[in-house]
Design a protein. Structure first.
Length: 112
């Protein structure tokens, strides 16, 4: 999305960037809005439930792959490794909202 947003911002200023952003996200929101009433009925179907399990497994595999790719670029400096383990500990052991670690990581990344 960032590249599309940037290109439209450069070509058409803020209105172009906003149109590009709406064009990316609106179809998904409309699809969810339209299918939400049908979802509870479809969920009762054995075939549909099995399809959802497959979709969840594929989505998890995709997220794991992205995590591994991003992780390969992160573990190059000691302070990035420290940020990682502090965040992991805070999220898993102390159940701190991950948004705090994202914001903290942004700030630390800017100053380190």
């Amino acid at each position: 999305m960032g590249d599309l947003f940037s290109r439209h911002y450069l070509l058409f200023d803020i209105p172009g960037a906003l149109v590009a952003t709406v064009g990316i996200f609106l179809p998904s929101f409309l699809l969810v809005l339209i299918l939400a009433p049908l979802f509870s009925k479809l969920k009762q179907s054995n075939t549909f439930s099995k399809m959802l399990i497959g979709i969840n497994a594929a989505a998890l595999a995709l997220m794991a792959n992205v995590t591994i790719q991003l992780g390969q670029n992160i573990f190059v400096e000691w302070y990035f490794i420290l940020i990682f383990f502090i965040s992991l500990l805070g999220i898993l052991k102390y159940k701190i909202n991950s948004a705090f670690f994202i914001f903290g990581g942004i700030l630390l990344g800017l100053f380190l």
